[in-house]
Design a protein around this ligand. Sequence first.
Ligand code: MN
Length: 285
Amino acid sequence: MKIAMFNDFNPGIVRDDRIYDIVESVPWNSEKPQESLLHIIENFDELKPKIEESLSYSKSYSLSEVRLDPPVPQPGKIVAAPVNYYLHQDEMNEQFNNAEYTIENLGFFLKAPSSIIGPSDTIELPFKNRRTDHEAELAFVVGKKAKDVPASEASDYIFGYFALMDITVRGKEDRPWRKSFDTFTPIGPWIVTSDEIGNPNELGFKLWVNEELRQSANTKDLIYDCYEFFEAASKVMTLEPGDIVTTGTPEGVGPITKDDQVRIQIDRVGEFSVSVDYKKEAIKA
Ligand code: MN
């Protein structure tokens, strides 16, 4: 099932190129979309048949006529993997001499939840003269409270998957600073529940800037795959329902600038594109 939010946080189910408004069939408060989503996540087994049944009479729209909101609007935290593909490790070493950038040596980091934007929004660059990169990533939303969960059981704790761009200012500051500016975490286009994804560790994905293909990879090349990263993260901190975990980016990261269109596509998940602009008070630094 593809669970979306649209037109100011109404709940929707996506099938083919249509979105079905399910506001009548689930308890929902558009003023509290994260709380409302949590209710769906925590009661999904019971709600799923009701939602499916309701699609035959729900109001629906063409996807092209709605504005999609971020599908996980206010997670408690965003847990993010640093370098997690071998070829990206090589590229970071060559360009930035970051040999130590691996989960094994560095662990992982948190991005500010306030950096989230949706698939119809705009990345706002805070600096005119500092390199700011795209990073295409497969991310997931946690479905059940998790602590010390082994990789072999992690799939039971993952509610669903989506595409995430981990926008990053390059430089010497700590990663949470460089990656947490407002608008630096576009996510979307919707959550695809785990049952529809099957094995998340064999998904092809791509990222384009304008017409140029910049990143093309497969999650089978992850150093810590989705489940192993889940184990590593839940060893350190309790993962709560609604938290986001993002798995790291492959090779091909590169700069974005004003007026670019950045498009991400993941097999069995979907695609979206966001535009890029300078923040109003963008500074030269
Ligand atoms: Mn990243």
